[in-house]
Design a protein around this ligand. Structure first.
Ligand code: DAH
Length: 342
């Protein structure tokens, strides 16, 4: 017993207490109710009565030693923390550091807003490659070989045989979705697209679109109209109206161009809508049965609608931006104006 007491005393003296965790470990090991000293006190009952007094005294000394070691370490620790706190204290004489938050790019803001609006009515987001092959960008979408419709979109080809290209629209993702998944499909597909065009205030060789696709049993033109009407109201304000103008796309039949009522002049006529009261935001239509069967979906069973809108176009309308080139120039005076817009 006496030996044990001595051993514990040595341990206590040698204990390393450098931080709060070690201090707590020390307390549990020696001072706590389940610590070494408490258990030695329990053992005292087994000591022969004539030695008990002597051993009891030694035990009490050990207890005092542990407590003293604890107090001293605690004192030391609190004074060193106080020391560092004083050293790290804020220096009020320093000049302020201008710590400004960055801003999100207007195209990212609008893309997220579009995604949020469609997610609320059950669309999920899908993605596809920017380097595409002829099948997914053209052929599967019902662009006949050597058909002038291919010339509607000036393509950057990446290979001599014209089979590798930079996608000219996000419609390629429609094809990939229909090939890989079974209906019902309800997705929107935002992404970057490329066309071989001279850069000006109104055209760029790189821009963004968001594609939409809904394929199911019994999808009708009415569903398309309602969906885009809902989108237009959420995006541009509840009093926005939409109109469909007959148009042509190889991959939809019938096809339409989508206009929204000009939310700047409320249809009165202004220079944003070129006095017409309407502005175009994209194209749409019922997925052509040929496209469905090209992608392995039976057009006798399923029908679908699709649409494609320009994200730059929507952003320019929403924020009245007059030059496309601003989006890629990274002029902070332009970008900073979107501060705080979520
Ligand atoms: N891909 C067309 C373009 O880039 C836009 C488009 C029109 C997409 C009609 C569609 C659609 O999905 O149905 O001009």
């Amino acid at each position: 017993m006496v030996e044990k007491i001595q051993r514990v005393a040595q341990e206590i003296e040698a204990a390393q207490i450098g931080n709060a965790a070690e201090l707590e470990q020390f307390r549990i090991a020696y001072i706590g109710r389940k610590g070494a000293i408490a258990s030695l006190f329990d053992d005292l009952k087994q000591v022969a009565p004539e030695q008990r007094r002597q051993v009891g005294q030694e035990l009490n000394q050990l207890k005092n030693l542990a407590q003293a070691r604890f107090d001293q370490a605690q004192e030391q620790l609190s004074s060193t923390t106080a020391g560092t706190a004083t050293e790290a204290a804020f220096d009020f004489t320093l000049p302020p550091v201008p710590n400004t938050l960055g801003t999100r790019h207007p195209l990212s803001l609008v893309r997220s807003e579009i995604v949020r609006i469609f997610e609320r009515i059950g669309f999920n987001v899908a993605d596809g490659p920017e380097i595409e092959d002829d099948w997914h960008n053209f052929t599967a979408l019902n662009f006949p070989e050597n058909h002038p419709a291919r010339e509607m979109q000036d393509t950057f080809f990446l290979s001599e045989d014209r089979d590798k290209l930079l996608r000219t629209h996000t419609s390629n993702v429609q094809v990939r979705l229909m090939e890989n998944q079974k209906p019902p499909l309800r997705s929107i597909m935002p992404g970057r697209v490329y066309r071989n065009e001279a850069i000006s205030a109104r055209a760029h060789m790189m821009f963004h679109q968001v594609e939409g696709l809904y394929v199911n049993k019994g999808v009708s033109f009415k569903d398309l109209k309602e969906t885009l009407y809902y989108f237009a109201k959420e995006m541009f304000g509840q009093d926005t109206r939409i109109r469909f103008r007959p148009s042509f796309f190889p991959f939809t039949e019938p096809s339409a161009e989508i206009d929204i009522s000009c939310f700047i002049c409320k249809g009165e006529g202004c220079n944003i809508c070129k006095q017409s009261g309407w502005v175009e935001i994209g194209g749409a239509g019922m997925v052509d049965p040929n496209v469905l069967s090209n992608c392995g979906i039976d057009p006798e069973v399923y029908s679908g609608f699709a649409f494609g809108m320009g994200i730059e176009r929507i952003t320019m309308l929403k924020y009245q931006i007059r030059d496309l080139r601003l989006f890629t120039e990274n002029d902070v005076r332009f970008l900073r104006q979107f501060k705080g817009v979520i």
